[in-house]
Design a protein around this ligand. Structure first.
Ligand SMILES: CCCCCCCCCCC/C=C/C(=O)SCCNC(=O)CCNC(=O)[C@H](O)C(C)(C)COP(=O)(O)OP(=O)(O)OC[C@H]1O[C@@H](n2cnc3c(N)ncnc32)[C@H](O)[C@@H]1OP(=O)(O)O
Ligand SMILES: NC(=O)C1=CN([C@@H]2O[C@H](COP(=O)(O)OP(=O)(O)OC[C@H]3O[C@@H](n4cnc5c(N)ncnc54)[C@H](OP(=O)(O)O)[C@@H]3O)[C@@H](O)[C@H]2O)C=CC1
Length: 279
């Protein structure tokens, strides 16, 4: 385990990382724990959480400094129980990393109401429910907290995954609203938007071909690691970030600025085009 930050940066602090059982979330949990935080991880699958807890133990993190418990962020009752467990064990929450999320590819016209709702609940509702619970029960009473929302790079829309594009844009806007509402209450909240070019347990589900397309469409011409995302999250979660709130930062190798990230039908011959430019 390595970090660009000094050991002890999160000493005596408690961090919740949703989706901490794999990928970017696990990289964050490992780095926060290495820097001295007590960490609480959640996800839907107990087996992933157990494996993550073993990884942390392998890093030398004492078992007493880790809580890994199942919690589906779409379910407010499960969130209440999880936050209760964290407060029962550690007594406080200084940092919340809202990293859990995901979706499935589908043309917008094929999305059923149930499919749309599943993705909006998974990314927008879940993030808000967890944030609200942690704020009300820990951060607002303590007048102190840092929240980092992990979204996705959606500044050009998200054709092929419109549901998640809309949900992530919602999280970005939520980040700005809460930054203002809670500025005077000691809570800072920012967002980190990874490109589709991070090689992780998440993107491996989309296959090597799409990852290679993403790499080619990245000006820096490579894929990034989860650790390259986690170091920005960790900075924003730290007390070294004392004047940044309501911001959204990309970690994307310049991807939103150029290139076709994946193949979708070209909007050729759109009916709105004037006759002389129609194909
Ligand atoms: C051509 C363009 C392609 C673009 C591809 C871009 C690829 C690069 C993107 C990279 C950037 C993003 C990276 C990441 O996000 S990493 C994280 C990766 N992990 C995931 O994305 C998986 C997360 N997904 C889930 O956890 C679940 O799928 C989800 C929670 C979203 C839904 O699960 P849930 O259990 O709630 O869903 P249900 O089974 O109850 O189904 C509800 C309805 O949802 C529809 N559905 C669900 N899954 C699919 C599917 N795979 N394909 C199509 N439709 C799906 C369906 O309508 C369900 O309703 P019905 O049961 O009535 O059919
Ligand atoms: N890697 C990339 O290039 C990109 C990633 N992102 C986003 O970054 C975040 C991390 O992704 P990454 O690490 O790559 O992928 P992973 O699939 O490894 O991580 C997602 C984590 O979220 C958990 N999770 C998903 N849904 C829920 C839920 N409803 N309740 C609780 N936990 C949940 C998963 O655990 P479990 O299955 O056990 O629930 C998993 O551990 C996600 O939000 C992802 O969408 C965005 C853009 C690009």
């Amino acid at each position: 385990m390595r970090s660009i930050f000094a050991r002890g940066l999160f000493e005596r602090q408690v961090a919740i990382v949703t989706g901490g059982g794999s990928g970017i979330g696990l990289a964050c949990a490992r780095e926060l724990a290495y820097l001295g935080a007590k960490v609480a991880l959640c996800g839907r699958r107990a087996d992933k959480l157990e494996a993550a807890a073993s990884t942390l133990a392998g890093d030398g993190v004492p078992g007493d400094d880790v809580l890994a418990a199942p919690c589906d962020i779409r379910e407010p009752e499960q969130i209440a129980a999880f936050v209760g467990q964290v407060l029962g064990k550690f007594g406080r929450v200084d940092v919340l990393v809202n990293n859990a999320g995901g979706q499935f590819p589908s043309p917008a016209s094929e999305l059923t109401p149930k499919g749309w709702e599943a993705v909006v609940r998974n990314n927008l509702n879940g993030t808000f429910f967890m944030t609200r619970e942690v704020a009300r029960r820990a951060m607002l009473p303590a007048r102190r907290g840092r929240i980092v929302n992990v979204t996705a790079s959606v500044s050009r829309g998200f054709p092929g995954m419109a549901h998640t594009g809309a949900a992530r844009a919602g999280v970005e806007n939520l980040t700005r609203s809460l930054a203002v509402e809670w500025a005077a209450l000691g809570i800072r909240i920012n967002a980190v938007a990874p490109g589709s070019n991070i090689r992780s347990s998440g993107t491996s589900q989309y296959g090597d071909e799409l990852l290679e397309l993403a790499r080619r469409a990245t000006p820096l011409k490579r894929l990034a690691t989860p650790e390259e995302v986690s170091r920005l999250i960790v900075f924003l979660a730290s007390d070294q970030n004392d004047f940044i709130t309501g911001a959204v930062y990309g970690v994307d190798g310049g991807q939103p600025l150029w290139g076709d990230i994946w193949s979708i039908p070209e909007p050729d011959g759109a009916p709105g085009a004037p006759p002389d430019v129609k194909g």
